[in-house]
Design a protein around this ligand. Structure first.
Ligand SMILES: Nc1ncnc2c1ncn2[C@@H]1O[C@H](COP(=O)(O)OP(=O)(O)O)[C@@H](O)[C@H]1O
Ligand SMILES: [Mg+2]
Length: 496
């Protein structure tokens, strides 16, 4: 159905696609994997007419095609759902679907007709989208289904999905995959860009691996496995399992008792009591939105509890603020690195001193010591393998994995006694995941306590020495991560 041949595309000095060739068969689900920056989005944006290639050929449905704009692509029945949604929050689903501003061609249909069509498309694929709902009232998962509907409304039978699952909860991913399978059974062709290997193995028929702007290979999903894919992606053997010895837990350093935190959405965090010892990693598994975010933010001094107590090293820190908490030796790697972890528009140097910018060695007598900042940032870049290595780059220009390494490096530089860490590898590529996992285990082995929240069950069971499960704001169980099965933990998480 689609064939790209020797496509080249550079942005200035940056070669995004050096030589990309592969083909996608009609009626299949074709995955494209590769680390951040491998050139995946670029090649598919070329197919969708958002970029013009510098060289190479695109063939569609057996014929060479010249796709100059998304309008041309849509004319051929090609649709694309982007990593970042392009919906207008204050308008309804049907209004958004009619708009389709990106093509520049308003579809002349009256709203009633459009609502009917949205309703029937939604019913046909069990998308569960109400044409009259306002976008701002929809969950992220539902907004994504609206984006899908937008493409289907334009009669797309070849759909390009750029990292569609990055923003979804595990349940939403399962529902989303069921929708993709229904679309495939209707004869549609789907290209899905992702960097989650379990997803590739679960959903695709074939998978193309890209690295550094080229295609490393295209393989049948049924004949490959995650170790082989990981090797192709990174270009070397990758440890998918976390290598760690037995923990040597020492004294209790964190003691949480009867904690209660009211929440805007959902039941409060309630009756939460647990301890963490120095030298151990305690994991908290749970479906996102069950109170783990608020719990960690409360321990980090960002929000106050409504009842209960928090003791750290024998000292009451229940009402301590973020700076006081940090001063005591508690590090925090927040789940939303762009909102809470970094100043996107500031450079790496400034980001490397956030939270310690007011005191020695960074500041003295009210002045920031630029030599100390330079030493701090270059130390982090080197020890935490942050790329590119230029301290004057804005944080936003780094890939997710490198942003995360910068934040982790900054917190590790303070050698925390307790590290609070949420979703440490979300949206991070495989090589960086291995690195981050190793760093967390090393910190534990130096005697620090780690409290780890992750929605990735494999991650939390592999890293944690003890594992708590949170549901509806309450700790509903503790399991031994060495012996508990994923199914058992999943049942506790969902109450099924
Ligand atoms: N519009 C652009 N301008 C400049 N550089 C870009 C642009 N789009 C992508 N790049 C660069 O091209 C490379 C490949 O990017 P991309 O195709 O987005 O990778 P992927 O989707 O695999 O993460 C990256 O180094 C990226 O910074
Ligand atoms: Mg991309």
């Amino acid at each position: 159905m689609l064939e790209v041949k020797q496509i080249k595309k550079a942005f200035g000095d940056c070669v995004a696609n050096a030589d990309v060739s592969f083909s996608v068969k009609k009626g299949t689900i074709h995955a494209i994997v590769g680390e951040n920056g491998a050139g995946k989005s670029t090649i598919m944006k070329i197919v969708y007419g958002l970029y013009r290639p510098d060289a190479g050929e695109v063939r569609f449905d057996g014929k060479p095609v010249n796709i100059r704009t998304p309008h041309d692509a849509i004319g051929l029945g090609i649709g694309m759902v982007h990593q970042h949604f392009m919906l207008v929050d204050t308008m309804t689903v049907a209004e958004n679907i009619i708009l389709g501003a990106e093509t520049g061609s308003a579809i002349s249909l009256d709203l009633d007709e459009a609502r009917e069509r949205v309703r029937s498309l939604s019913a046909e694929l069990k998308l569960n989208v109400d044409p009259d709902a306002l976008i701002e009232d929809l969950s992220v998962g539902a907004q994504q289904r609206v984006e899908l509907l937008k493409a289907l409304f334009r009669n797309a039978n070849f759909l390009i999905l750029d990292e569609p699952t990055a923003v979804l909860t595990p349940q939403e991913v399962a529902e989303f995959f069921a929708i993709l399978r229904r679309m495939k059974s209707q004869g549609k062709t789907i290209v899905i860009i992702t960097h989650k290997l379990e997803e590739v193995l679960a959903i695709s028929d074939k998978v193309t691996v890209m690295r550094d702007g080229t295609v490393v290979g295209t393989v049948e999903t049924a004949t490959t496995n995650s170790a082989e894919l990981a090797r192709m992606i990174v270009g070397r053997d990758v440890l998918l399992r976390v290598e760690k010895g037995e923990a040597n837990p020492a004294d209790v350093i964190l003691e949480v008792a009867g904690l209660r935190i009211e929440r805007k959405h959902g039941p409060p965090v309630e009756d939460v009591s647990f301890t963490v010892r120095s030298g151990e990693i305690v994991g908290i598994a749970g479906v996102e939105g069950n109170g783990q975010t608020e719990l960690i933010e409360c321990l980090a001094g960002l929000i106050r509890p409504n009842a209960g107590s928090i003791r750290f090293s024998g000292r009451d820190i229940t009402n301590a603020n973020a700076r006081e908490v940090k001063e005591l030796g508690i590090g925090h790697i927040p789940e939303d690195r762009l909102k809470r972890g970094l100043l996107k528009n500031s450079d790496l140097a400034e980001n490397s001193i956030l939270g310690t910018h007011y005191k020695p060695p960074i500041a003295a007598a009210g002045f920031i010591d630029s030599a100390a900042v330079a030493a701090r940032v270059s130390g982090i870049i080197e020890r935490f393998d942050v790329r590119p290595t230029d301290p004057s780059l804005a944080a936003r220009s780094l890939s997710g994995g490198n942003q995360q390494k910068l934040i982790i490096g900054r917190e590790f530089e303070l050698e925390p006694k307790l590290l609070l860490v949420s979703q440490p590898t979300r949206g991070v590529d495989i090589g960086a995941i291995e690195f981050i996992h190793r760093k967390l285990v090393e910190l534990r082995d130096r005697g620090a306590a780690v409290l780890l929240v992750s929605a990735e069950l494999e991650e939390v069971t592999a890293l944690a020495d003890r594992l708590l499960v949170i549901r509806d704001g309450k700790i509903v169980g503790e399991v031994d991560p060495r012996t508990a099965t994923i199914e058992e933990i999943g049942l506790l998480m969902t109450g099924g």
